[in-house]
Write a protein of this length. Sequence first.
Length: 184
Amino acid sequence: MVHVKLIVDHIKDTPIMLHIDEPVDTFPLLASMQNVDGCSITGNVQGDISVVREYKNIRVTGRITAPLALSCSRCLADYTSFIDTNFTLFFRKEAAVAASAEDELELGEMDLMSSTYSGDDIDLTHEIEEQVAMEIPSKPLCNEECKGLCHECGTDLNTSSCSCSKEPVRLAFNALKNFKIAVK
Ligand SMILES: [Zn+2]
Ligand SMILES: [Zn+2]
């Protein structure tokens, strides 16, 4: 198993630039999400990451990209997409966090982006895969306006129409539609 690791002692006030170009197998979370919910990552996870020491913290900022193959959750059409995400994370040494509980107030919203590390290195593998996983759509759509398939006859309503209903049916609003029927 390959890991994207930072050696803490190497991180100084001058930013270190890190280029990442790793297969999906490097990231256990992403590997487990492959081919789930009509989505797979079709190439390497790539990124440019900058690491710098900032006071007691280590600041990691970067941009991660990954190519995707998806199946639309409405019309089932296959399409491709691309994850392109920016992130900022702060790492603090684990012991220092416990010893400085009163620092918590100063940090405030920064805590939301904070992680801790212990030992001599920081493994970015998990942080990177979480950034990518957050960008994978749980309900992929080939297009925000995708009309989907007719749930009666299966006609792709993006390319043709059918005579099942005069009103266009949007599968995304099924719940709303059922509600309307109920109150009629
Ligand atoms: Zn679609
Ligand atoms: Zn139909």
